[in-house]
Design a protein. Structure first.
Length: 245
């Protein structure tokens, strides 16, 4: 972190050599939050932000960091941290920005990260993370906004070009296959049901309406006679041509 100094009128004056000198030494710290450099007063920084990026930190991320329940920004990027991402980070419900990129973190991504309601920036790129990327409304939304947040982890699979092998992936694809396979079945069932209902309505009308019944069967007889005459004439015409040839 970088420090800046500006005047602070709250400090006392100090006499020296018959003169009074006023010292102004209020600290400001510049930190990176959600990819942007912001300035915070030291009193606020102690409560809501931890930025230890661009150092040479080694070892594991301590689980005790989850006790900082008011933490809004955690930036440990560009170090040499190893081990797994603590599952307890999901307890930081006030966290808005989490940057663990460019380390040597391994293992899977904790599903508890999806429980952080206010998380609006996440960067886990350029590590050695492996396994399935957890799904959830929060993480899915962040991945849509920032697809590069998982890049540089060749062992990850899930919402990436690398699909996860095994039973889990087959289980996830199964509902999609069923959804498409049921479409023609549903259409055929609806068509058959509609035809049956239509014929039933016609049957009921003809059963109780004598005038309609007479007209209906009369129309059928007339149509049959016309088709019969047409068929006979066509047959005779064809037979005559064959006899002539």
């Amino acid at each position: 972190m970088t420090g800046k100094y500006v005047k602070d009128p709250m400090l006392d004056s100090y006499p020296y050599g018959g003169y009074s000198y006023m010292f102004y030494t209020y600290n400001f710290s510049s930190v990176i939050v959600k990819g942007r450099e912001l300035d915070y007063g030291i009193g606020i920084l102690d409560l809501v932000s931890v930025d230890l990026s661009l150092n040479q930190l080694t070892g594991r991320i301590p689980e005790e960091i989850a006790a900082l329940d008011a933490l809004m920004n955690l930036n440990l990027s560009c170090n040499q941290l190893s081990g797994k991402i603590p599952n307890k980070l999901g307890a930081l419900q006030a966290l808005e920005s989490l940057d663990l990129s460019s380390n040597m973190l391994s293992g899977g991504i904790p599903s508890s990260l999806s429980d952080i309601t206010y998380l609006s920036y996440l960067d886990l790129s350029d590590n050695n993370l492996t396994g399935r990327i957890p799904s959830g409304r929060q993480l899915d939304t962040l991945y849509t906004q920032q697809p590069s947040m998982y890049s540089g982890n060749s062992g990850l699979c899930g919402p990436l070009p690398n699909s996860c092998p095994g039973k889990n992936s087959a289980t996830q694809d199964y509902p999609k296959m069923n959804e498409h396979s049921f479409e023609p079945i549903t259409f055929s069932f609806g068509l058959a049901l509609g035809s049956i209902l239509g014929l039933w309505v016609v049957f009921c009308v003809l059963l109780f309406k004598r005038a309609w019944r007479i007209s209906y069967f009369g129309l059928i007889d007339q149509t049959y006679d016309q088709m019969y005459v047409f068929a006979v004439l066509t047959w005779k015409s064809w037979a005559r041509k064959e006899a002539t040839n």
